[in-house]
Design a protein around this ligand. Sequence first.
Ligand code: PHE
Length: 383
Amino acid sequence: MISKRSFLLVAACTSPFVLGLTACKKGGSGADANEIVIGEVAALTGGTATFGTSSNAGTRMAIDEINAAGGLLGKKLRLVTEDDQSKAGEAGAVAKKLISRDKVVALLGEVASGRSLEMAPIAQKAGVPMISPASTNPKVTEAGDHVFRVCFIDPFQGTVMGKFAISRGWKKVAILTDAKQDYSVGLSQFFKEYFAANGGTITSEQSYSSGDKDFKAQLTKIKADTPDAIFASGYYNETGLIATQARELGIAAPLLGGDGWDSPSLVEVAGPAIEGSFFSNHFSTEDQSPRIQEFVKKYQALNGRLPDAMAALGYDSAMILADAIKRAGTTEGGPLRDAIAATRDFDGITGRITLDPNRNANKPAVILTIADGKFRYVETIQP
Ligand code: PHE
């Protein structure tokens, strides 16, 4: 027998007038004929929490804008977000839940490549299109024809940083990899391939595991070869500690990295130790184009902080999905998949997005440096 309380909740959640209620947003109510349910998997807590909070804020901003403009196909969009806690194993579990419980028409997420790799085969098998905003490891979209991303991939990102190191005249570079993250392992590999093939020498290859706090043993080995720079391909948390400990050991060489550094926490943890280092990214808040400045202003007003790359990519991923739903004229998996695959010259916040036959986006990267505690734009590298 259905209790009075749960009956009321179900009734409230199926009423078109109360779709904004928090109780309805957390899923559990299944799809309603008057709404389109979109699932999002994000790390809202745990070791990479700024990835999820930012991508979620950008995604929500897009969904709210679409609903304010009248929704899609005569319906409102409802975003159901699940927190995977930055934990291995969780992203796959919550993706399954979103598909079976909430009957989502598509999945947005994850940011971290390892977690997108958990979700991808699940989305593929269910015939539910998935768009990762920010996972750059090439293997993610290889999971099948329902898996897309709106960002560039790491063979490009590794090359960008390899070229940059060479352009600075750095001949000897040490590599420090997070062996627990597919992203970091791949990025180190692609950097090494380019750098070594273009006259550079890799002095040492060291590794650690996500969550480690002490990097002195690896850094001591790195220091012995006096490299010109250290390529630290992991995420922001460990990178902040690596920078601090490198300076404590008297290593003055700059650190180089990829988009995984992008978090306000990097500077909070490392302070002066990260000044003068460089990383590649998808977006710079210093880009003066009116479109980007408008996004930056609106995001800042809504969230009280500047958008980072995940925020901009989260926004773009939701907007690309919405554009495809509109073109498909339906949310059915097959036609929706085809419409996403047909995305051409989409004018995103992170650049013009065309999805290639491998469901990846060919886009420029920016290089940023850290100066006076801020991420400052250095240059743009075209693919
Ligand atoms: N590219 C990273 C990955 O694939 C995730 C990331 C994207 C982190 C953008 C920060 C900014 O794991």
